[in-house]
Design a protein around this ligand. Structure first.
Ligand code: NAD
Ligand code: UDP
Length: 321
């Protein structure tokens, strides 16, 4: 039995945010979804609009927000490289000014606040797999730095507010997560490969495809997020959130071709700057603290995600943005 809370989800119309809003409503909470639709579309939360406990506000978190809430999940920030590199200054502002505004809101209301940090704080890691104690290997001024350094600064702000004013924080470092409601044009590897396979166009591997990523299905990630928020106040993180199953990008391309039965060719294109060579979370901490482990294997998660994109293509209702 959960006590009904008033929960703010920034970036709530995005991929992860829309699943989180749905989960929180399902648990009986009131949800305030705030989004400026920079990298998403109302379509992701349209099915929630009739619920009286759901409220949608168009707002940019780089500006202050005055609302009364019990909990805050700060997810607002473009997450895919093409989106966050489209307006890098706004990306850093969202990470830094946005965090200051949301932490200020937490301070005034006494709300517990979760920060969606990222495996990008580890940069191109020279420790593998990555435990939370690793400080990272980040290019401070490369094309990914607007996001990587923005998220690192956000972590710093969260811990400063915690130490200075005792704000109850939860900092989670999310590793590559995929599933339905990813934006079909966001350029991330899972959405790109599936859309290319379904359309029968070339599947574009950047580099030789030997770089690795570890892919977590969205339902597993949301479960981890909700458990983290409910965990004892003294457990503030940072905590890795992801699936340690590690695959090369070429393996992912081949799996998507096989599962879709596509006639697409796999082709290689130049590797973008500062693309991490490898990435795999050490999730010992989440296991110990939250009794959490991901349950959905890549093949099963891809099946659901392929079904979603296939449905989108057939409906012709591709989201804008
Ligand atoms: P997404 O782009 O689908 O969602 C982000 C949402 O934030 C979008 O709806 C966007 O419109 C909104 N937004 C952006 N700037 C904003 C602003 N200034 N004010 C208000 N809203 C704003 O991405 P996602 O995959 O759902 O990621 C959600 C969060 O999780 C992000 O903070 C991201 O950095 C983090 N994260 C995601 C992943 C992943 O693999 N999905 C990995 C690591 C971290
Ligand atoms: N990638 C790729 N082809 C694509 C899109 C991405 O080979 O069409 C590669 C990309 O270079 C990176 C990996 O897939 O090595 C994951 O990319 P994504 O943008 O999904 O996430 P991130 O690099 O932030 O982990």
């Amino acid at each position: 039995m959960h006590l009904r809370k008033r929960v703010l989800v920034t970036g709530g119309a995005g991929f992860l945010g829309s699943h989180l809003c749905e989960r929180l409503l399902h648990e009986g909470h009131e949800v305030l979804c705030v989004d400026n639709f920079f990298s998403s579309d109302r379509q992701n939360v349209e099915h929630l609009l009739d619920d009286r406990r759901f409220e949608l506000i168009r707002h940019d978190i780089t500006f202050p927000l005055f609302v009364e809430v019990d909990e805050i999940y700060n997810l607002a920030c473009p997450a895919s490289p093409i989106h966050y590199q489209h307006d890098p200054v706004q990306t850093t502002k969202t990470c830094v000014h946005g965090s200051i505004n949301m932490l200020g809101l937490a301070r005034r209301t006494g709300a517990r606040i979760f920060q969606a940090s990222t495996s990008e704080v580890y940069g191109d890691p020279d420790v593998h797999p990555q435990p939370e104690g690793y400080w990272g290997h980040v290019n401070p001024n490369g094309i990914r730095s607007c996001y990587d350094e923005g998220k690192r600064c956000a972590e710093s702000l969260f811990f400063s507010y915690h130490r200075q004013w005792g704000i109850p924080i939860k900092v989670g470092r999310i590793f590559n997560t995929y599933g339905p409601r990813m934006h079909p044009n966001d350029g991330r590897v899972v959405s790109n490969f599936i859309m290319q396979a379904l359309r029968g166009t070339d599947i574009t591997i950047y580099g030789d495809g030997s770089q690795t990523r570890s892919f977590c299905y969205v339902d597993d990630l949301i479960e981890c997020m909700v458990r983290f928020m409910a965990s004892p106040a003294e457990f503030v993180g940072p905590m890795n959130m992801g699936n340690p199953g590690e695959f090369t990008i070429r393996q992912l391309a081949e799996l998507v071709v096989e599962m879709t039965g596509s006639s697409s060719r796999i082709v290689c294109e130049p590797l973008p700057g500062d693309d991490p060579r490898q990435r795999r979370p050490d999730i010992t901490l989440a296991g110990e603290m939250l009794d959490w482990t991901p349950r959905i294997a890549l093949r099963e998660g891809l099946e659901k995600t392929i079904g979603y994109f296939d449905g989108l293509l057939r409906s012709g209702l591709l989201p804008s943005a």
